[in-house]
Design a protein around this ligand. Structure first.
Ligand code: THU
Length: 129
């Protein structure tokens, strides 16, 4: 699936976002190396720190289905005039599952495109089995 198609999927899931506090709705669609697409939206909570970002929600959906994944492409959509690259916490979590292309799209033609390693240089790692 192309990044443009992933944008359309992310835009759709952004509508499901539970964001009564910030009113900032985020949708995410990711493509795994195995060719599957998973989605997530942000889920806020009255105890603000418990909020789940769209990106981490999508990654959890992928792990639920595949047990482990390598992410090829991850796309964020926000219904805003400018694009929203992933927050710092999400960058660390995305890094755990590969070095994907990361696109952020919005309601204008503006967008950002990076390799994950550009967004989180010198990332923290532990060796994995
Ligand atoms: N949010 C995301 O879903 N992803 C990000 O990368 C940045 C922030 C959400 C969390 C919260 O519900 C709202 O956006 C405002 O911070």
């Amino acid at each position: 699936m192309s990044e443009t198609q992933l944008k359309d999927v992310a835009k759709k899931v952004a509508k499901q976002a539970y964001a009564p506090y910030s009113k900032f709705k985020v949708g995410c669609a990711l493509l795994t190396k195995s060719g599957n697409v998973y989605t997530g939206c942000n889920v806020e909570n009255a105890s603000y720190g418990l909020t789940i970002c769209a990106e981490r929600n999508a990654i959890a959906q992928a792990i639920n289905q595949e047990g482990n994944v390598e992410i090829e492409t991850i796309v964020v959509y926000t219904p805003t005039p400018t694009p929203t690259p992933p927050c710092g916490a999400c960058r660390q979590v995305i890094h755990e599952f590969g070095n994907p292309k990361v696109f952020s799209f919005c309601e204008t033609d503006d967008f950002t495109s990076h390799q994950m390693s550009e967004l989180l240089p010198n990332a923290f790692d532990l060796s994995k089995d």
